[in-house]
Design a protein around this ligand. Sequence first.
Ligand code: NAP
Length: 256
Amino acid sequence: MDSIDSTSLHGKVVVVTGAGTGIGRATAHEFAALGAQVVAVGRRPEPLAETAAAGGSRITPLPADVTAPGAPDQVVDAVLARHGRLDILVNNAGIVRSAPLGAISQATLEPQLATNLIAPILLTQAALPALTTARGVVVNITTSVGQRAWPAGGAVYAATKSALELLTRSWAVELAPRGIRVVAVAPGAIETPIGEHSGHTPEQSERIRDWQIAHTPLGRLGRPEEVAWAITRLACPQSSFVTGVVFPVDGGAVVA
Ligand code: NAP
């Protein structure tokens, strides 16, 4: 068996969606540091270019909206055209559109379903032939609140992530005969621009942050790098007997 060292992902090709900011950016950097070639997907070219700039020649930006018709096939085709293989898919792109029951509209509902649930399904499906050849790994990014109630606005977001966890378990069993592992990483409250991207005002973001810290036993927000560590290590060959799990990185929030 391979020893656990920093060279274990040399020769591997990784796709990280939502890689322009936050957890996705940190994950792209950590995969590159472990020697992998990374394709960084997101809608805005500028943050992707910043992600790539810090990754040397190992990170290739690929601007794409994962919810656009045809995008999953286009992303996979672009990866195979450039690198000839695809070993690890990280379904990380995600959005929050808060609305309590009574105020849910198509405008809050559909983008969350499209980004957090439908895109990971279609992208994983598009990647399946390449992942089969590589005996690859899928890492779905969910949330620790996907395992508990999230009243007052976040329930649809949590439901998309909870569904992704069900898919993680189902695909782990379904794809095991092909040698493909499927895992999920469930972050708790992590310091990223997700609040800003959700349309929260700075005051709302601060209120949410205070509530999150109060409900996190370790008493602080997590760092994107702490989530990236779990994502990359679960994707490593050394995790070869791990599949179908949802791994929390949440300072103890889900068990409190
Ligand atoms: P973030 O900084 O907002 O990252 C999300 C990324 O997804 C952005 O870079 C965004 O870039 C990209 N994205 C959104 N829609 C997309 C689309 N249609 N196509 C392609 N890319 C798209 O937030 P984050 O905190 O790092 O979130 C990463 C993941 O962790 C998400 O799935 C989130 O639900 C999950 N999570 C975060 C926390 C937390 O506390 N931060 C907690 C639990 C779970 P563009 O706008 O340029 O496309």
